[in-house]
Design a protein around this ligand. Structure first.
Ligand code: GLU
Length: 621
């Protein structure tokens, strides 16, 4: 069962007023002349950070996909900061080293366990559709036909009002020990001194070369001489350092109001394409007023109990908490732990398909559509849905959604028409997990949507704008809860999750990966809790995502290990493949497990996305 309470965090507006009250000057012009640059490999301003996929120890932990970012978070913890301070500092650093996955041009969801109160709280910092965005914004007025998905990807029309900076500010004000200025300082230094390009960064740039080339400001920032940076070279982003500095001095109002806000809006409304651009890059609707009115939402998490654990997730506008939660409730009806691989994985795939059917039917921004969250997470509803699982045969997909508004736990459930499901995944976005010495925990997923977002850099400011509005259904249907509406948050799959046992943290985890985020988090929980794997194994294990589609999308290692076995149940497979990066990987998770006597196991990916970096304050001997 879950309840959701939504509450505005008057972060941005309040800050602007406070600045005025203090008589501080209005934001003024930032230098547009600072340039980012890369130095040759020979320039010795940094070094490769060692990647540490797993660390065990005490006193706090940080895990993210990037060694520089994790190290920055760890230093905050060592200097007395709490988990929220470290999470914001780590996220700001990821804005430097992972600019194609996350940054102040995007949004995300922040889940926090407060050790003092024993409560889990969340912040919804999702991007919003501009208020003036019409419902036919995804239709090309020239042809009267919908824009193709790839035209929407690199465009102004897919840019939502960014929520990331407001999330950092709100999290620090509510639960942090430090101010934004302090939290941004290490990332600002990192942007200025630069980091050493690894193969993941070089590949991501190369994969986006064509898109980035369309926009001179992006080309200048990321493609000097038209080329992706070389592995081993130093990448600096002085523009971003200047932007962070400006925000540090003036607060989030420096972003959400004034000159930078106007510049962001101009970039969206008039995409700064090169004269020989080949992509249409349709213009968007974001106004300075949208930025000034942006609000982070503070709300209760979703909660389900699963085999004695309390699993807390992100409520709508994300579909993460409800879909992971519903699938766990369904799985809980079966003794999966005592099943062999074939039966256990069959139940995992079928439970996921059922939960995805309901996600498609009901999930959207609850400020705009009525989401029956209580029903979706009810044990009685899960009991009805579990009746649909044939222990020996995979159901034909797509399976229909159930009736989450009226359920009695019996097997004769009413169901709706089966709807074809989306089948997208990409390996953008990033997740970080932090714990501090006081027992506070953060799991935070943040994104600019596609790897490389909209491909539009705000000229001279060092960051990319998101293309999050592509998460709305691209075709407008009145009955679709995820239809485009001005001011609305597009449905997300981000699933930052904190699991408690007897009221104390047991596990915190999350991942990127589009709608495979949901299956990745679900599969890791299933691996850890039901299949007896330790956390390292649970993360490293090959992944499969059944999102109510005819074929299960899976990593090649999963298909070779279990494909023949599961084909016996009627499942069929397609290899995971990111259309934009040609990677056959699903997700890039981070997690922390809490053992007895304060022991922490911090884990990141050993292989996916080049491997991550999990660090602890004091290592176990
Ligand atoms: N935009 C996606 C979502 O919110 C996250 C980006 C991704 O990982 O694909 O669900």
């Amino acid at each position: 069962m879950s309840q959701v309470r939504r509450q505005l965090v008057a972060g941005v507006a309040a800050t602007a007023t406070a600045l005025a009250g203090l008589g501080l000057a209005a934001p003024s012009s930032a230098s547009a002349t600072s340039r980012s640059e890369r130095s040759p490999a020979s320039e010795r301003v940094g070094r490769y950070e060692t990647k540490t996929p797993t660390s065990r120890g005490y006193g706090g932990a940080v895990t993210s996909v990037d060694p520089e970012a994790s190290r920055i978070g760890l230093r905050v913890l060592r200097r007395g900061g709490n988990a929220v301070d470290a999470a914001v500092a780590t996220a700001a650093a990821l804005g430097v080293t992972e600019p194609y996955s996350a940054g102040i041009g995007g949004g995300g969801y922040f889940v926090y366990y407060n050790a003092r109160t024993g409560k889990v709280r969340t912040l919804d910092g999702r991007e919003t559709a501009p208020r003036g965005m019409p419902r036919d914004a995804f239709v090309d007025p020239g042809t009267d036909q919908p824009y193709s998905f790839s035209d929407l990807v690199s465009s102004g029309v897919s840019v939502g009002t960014p929520g990331t900076l407001a999330t950092w500010h709100s999290a620090l004000r509510l639960w942090g020990k430090s101010r934004l200025r302090k939290a941004l300082a290490p990332a600002t230094r990192l942007a200025r001194r630069g980091f050493i390009v690894d193969s993941t960064f070089a590949e991501q740039t190369e994969d986006n070369r064509e898109r980035f080339d369309q926009f001179p400001a992006t080309r200048r920032l990321f493609l000097r001489d038209g080329q992706a940076p070389k592995v081993g070279s130093v990448f600096r982003n002085r523009d971003l350092a200047a932007t962070y500095d400006r925000i540090a001095r003036r607060g989030p109002a420096a972003f959400y109001r004034g000159r930078l806000a106007r510049q962001i809006s101009r970039t969206v409304q008039n995409p700064p394409k090169s004269s020989n651009a080949t992509l249409p890059a349709p213009a968007g609707y974001l106004t300075p007023r949208d930025l000034a009115r942006y609000q982070v939402l503070r709300q209760r998490p979703t909660r389900v109990s699963f085999r004695g654990y309390d699993v807390y997730g992100m409520a709508p506008s994300s579909s993460g908490g409800s879909t992971v939660g519903e699938a766990l409730n369904i799985l809980e009806r079966f003794p999966v732990g005592s099943m062999g691989d074939g039966d256990a994985l069959h139940h995992y795939l079928e439970a996921s398909a059922l939960a995805f059917a309901d996600r498609g039917a009901y999930l959207g921004d609850p400020a705009y559509v009525d989401v029956p969250l209580r029903g979706l997470l009810a044990d009685g509803f899960a009991a009805e849905r579990a009746c649909r699982i044939d222990p020996d045969h995979a159901a034909s997909k797509p399976v229909p959604a159930g009736d989450a508004r009226s359920h009695d736990g019996r097997c004769d459930e009413a169901s709706r028409t089966a709807e074809p499901q989306e089948d997208t995944e990409n390996i953008s976005t990033t997740n970080l997990t932090v714990a501090d010495r006081w027992g506070n925990v953060v799991d935070y997923t943040l994104t600019i949507e596609q790897t490389g977002g909209s491909a539009m850099t705000v000229p001279g400011r060092g960051f990319l704008l998101n293309n999050e509005l592509t998460d709305f259904s691209t075709e407008w249907k009145a009955e679709d809860p995820n239809r485009l509406q001005g001011g609305k948050r597009p449905r997300s799959s981000m699933s930052p999750t904190i699991v408690l046992r007897n009221g104390k943290p047991f596990l915190a985890l999350g991942s990127p990966g589009g709608s495979t985020i949901i299956t990745t988090v679900l599969q890791m929980l299933f691996n850890r809790i039901d299949r007896g794997m330790d956390l390292q194994q649970a993360i490293a294990a090959p992944r499969a995502a059944q999102r109510n589609t005819a074929k299960v999308t899976a990593e090649p290692e999963f298909i070779s290990a279990y494909g023949p076995l599961l084909e016996g149940y009627g499942h069929s497979f397609q290899s995971a493949g990111d259309a934009f990066t040609s990677k056959s990987q699903i997700g890039a998770a981070t997690a922390i497990e809490f053992g007895p006597r304060g022991q922490l196991t911090a884990v990141s990916e050993p292989v996916r996305r080049g491997g991550g970096s999990a660090l602890v304050v004091r290592r176990s001997r």
